[in-house]
Ligand binder design. Structure first.
Ligand code: ADP
Length: 303
């Protein structure tokens, strides 16, 4: 049975934040695709105009490090988004104990992540939900960002508890303080968490609640001083914290190069206005100093 007269449905790949994802064959191109079925809330009758306009923007995002949205259509009251099929994701790579990640491999994964982000930020699209399992890896080893813009498009209404936990670990301090005017900096903070996770092979900031998440951030980087982040005190959920000093970042990443550590600390800057931008991060010494990033086809992958 064909969906939309074009896609042959295969097995279910998993249950995501927004609904079921299944594998399918695109009979038009012969390509294997992943179709994300998005449950539209019972309060919205069908797909609204704003969503369609936003989807049009997502369809126009074309970059080697962004997963392509091939098609989007409503079907039986659900919105179906068709993406290119990807073999694996960065979470699987980080978790696989049989995989050794060299400094050049880490550099390659971070560079591909930042290149995908840079492309979208240039077009004023934020990701807002960066985490290792949203960074998909193709058969050719290329890393591609998935779920671009979906967080803003669909919010997180029936987000399951488990999903929220994982997303929380990548959340920027301004989001945890309830800011409503966040910008591209939230993706930089999340990318920094992913960079740290590539180096450590475990998530750096594993908060068990939003408050605990802030506590983990403060314990790692020290409480932000008002001089470091002047706008902090005006944020909706700001509360005064007891002063904590930061251990040297070096002690947490004993094996990282000086360049890696310098870039990491610039990405983990408290004030989103002072935080390094994705473009500046790509121009950082870390990417021009040796070792050169591993080429995608030579990266280690899960068996
Ligand atoms: P989450 O909301 O937790 O990020 P997703 O909705 O992105 O989850 O995905 C749910 C499942 O579908 C996951 O197991 C993921 O690996 C798989 N999946 C999502 N997109 C693709 C894709 N383009 N190719 C292959 N598998 C995918």
């Amino acid at each position: 049975k064909k969906v939309a007269d074009r896609y042959l449905k295969r097995e279910v790949l998993g249950e995501g934040t927004y609904g079921v994802v299944y594998k399918a064959i695109d009979t038009k191109s012969g390509q294997t695709v992943a179709i994300k079925k998005i449950r539209l809330g019972k309060h919205s009758d069908g797909v609204n105009f704003t969503a369609l306009r936003e989807i049009k923007i997502l369809k126009e995002l074309k970059d080697p490090n962004i997963i392509e949205l091939i098609d989007a259509f409503p079907h039986k009251g659900n919105l179906h988004l068709v993406f290119e099929f990807m073999e694996s994701d960065l979470e699987a790579v980080i978790r696989d104990r049989n995989i050794v990640l060299s400094p050049a491999d880490v550099k390659s994964y971070l560079q591909m992540t930042l290149k995908g982000l840079a492309y979208c930020h240039k077009k004023w699209v934020l990701h807002r939900d960066m985490k290792p399992n949203n960074l998909l890896i193709g058969a050719d080893g290329q890393l591609k960002l998935a779920d671009f813009g979906l967080a803003r498009l669909f919010g997180s209404p029936d987000r399951k508890f488990t999903h929220q936990v994982f997303a929380r670990w990548y959340r920027a301090p301004e989001l945890l303080f309830g800011t409503k005017q966040y910008g591209a900096g939230v993706d930089v903070w999340a990318a920094a968490c992913i960079f740290a996770e590539l180096l450590l092979r475990r998530p750096l900031l594993q908060g068990s609640s939003d408050i605990d998440q802030l506590g983990k951030i403060f314990a790692t980087f020290g409480t932000p001083k008002p001089s470091q982040w002047p706008d902090m005190i005006y944020l909706p959920d700001y509360v005064e914290y007891q002063y904590v000093s930061a251990p040297p970042l070096r002690s947490l990443f004993p094996m990282a190069s000086d360049d890696a550590l310098d870039l990491l600390s610039k990405m983990f800057t408290y004030d989103p206005k002072s935080r390094i931008t994705v473009q500046q991060a790509l121009e950082h010494r870390y990417f021009s100093s040796i070792p050169a990033p591993t080429k995608p086809s030579s990266l280690p992958r899960p068996a």
